[in-house]
Write a protein that binds this ligand. Structure first.
Ligand SMILES: [Zn+2]
Ligand SMILES: [Zn+2]
Length: 240
């Protein structure tokens, strides 16, 4: 079988505190199923049990390729207020290959529509943030049009997150807002990127829920960036 999606932009390791595989295990498994690139995006410091800034400052010691899989060394940042501030300083941000920014219950209490929208727009305007992580959590409603417009304007990618679609997941009910987002991207011909948000190695590369979700709305295959390392790399960084 030839794997269709060979890039996974959202994976966690034991460093996150509530994930259970090492980078070595993640890379080995990714290779075994035919993946070509994974991003290691451990939770940033304000998540309970997450590593502190020294973890992110020291990422340079890791190889760029492990078990023949390219590794992007990054972070899943926490948006910590409605002005879109995040929990790593510029010194650390500069060292990352990739940065996802997400809203998480332990790190920011849900605001109203206007506050959540502003948090996302301000995050998009941060040059160090490449991807908005798992938007669609029903606990954080936002104006989809305004945020997708901000992503388009700033070159920020939107993640379609496999874990958000799990019926037993912590963000269940995300599919409603995610559908609105994906349809708007389709209308604008804007690319999206899928992430598994794996917290154990066996989840890496499993985009089955995303695939089903995107098929249901006839989302164009060419707008999904996970099919090619080159296609993904050409789209994801603001700082080049
Ligand atoms: Zn997590
Ligand atoms: Zn997250």
């Amino acid at each position: 079988m030839i794997l269709k999606y060979i890039v996974d932009i959202h994976t966690h390791t034991v460093s996150s505190g509530h994930a259970y595989s090492t980078l070595d295990e993640n890379a080995r498994y990714a290779k075994s199923i035919g993946m070509e690139l994974i991003a290691m995006t451990d939770h940033a410091p304000s998540m309970l049990g997450a590593p502190q800034k020294f973890h992110f400052n020291n990422l340079k010691i890791l190889p760029k390729k492990l078990h023949d899989v390219e590794i992007l060394k990054g972070a899943e940042l926490n948006i910590i207020d409605y002005d879109g501030n995040i929990d790593l300083e510029e010194y650390s941000l500069k060292k990352l290959d990739i940065a996802i920014a997400s809203l998480h219950i332990p790190c920011i209490k849900p605001g109203n529509m206007e506050e959540n929208t502003n948090a996302y727009i301000k995050a998009c305007e941060n040059k160090y943030i490449d991807i908005l992580g798992h938007p669609g959590d029903p606990r954080y409603p936002f104006c989809v049009k305004d945020v997708v417009d901000a992503c388009e304007r700033t070159g920020t990618l939107i993640e379609i997150n496999n874990a958000s679609l799990r019926p037993d997941g912590s963000r269940k009910g995300s599919d409603i807002i995610m559908k609105e987002i994906a349809l708007m991207c389709k209308k604008k011909s804007m690319p999206i990127v899928m992430g598994t948000d794996s917290h154990f190695y066996l989840e890496i590369g499993d985009f089955s829920l995303c695939e089903k979700f995107l098929n249901e709305i006839d989302f164009p295959e060419e707008l999904i960036l996970n099919t090619s390392v080159e296609k993904f790399k050409n789209s994801f960084r603001k700082l080049k």
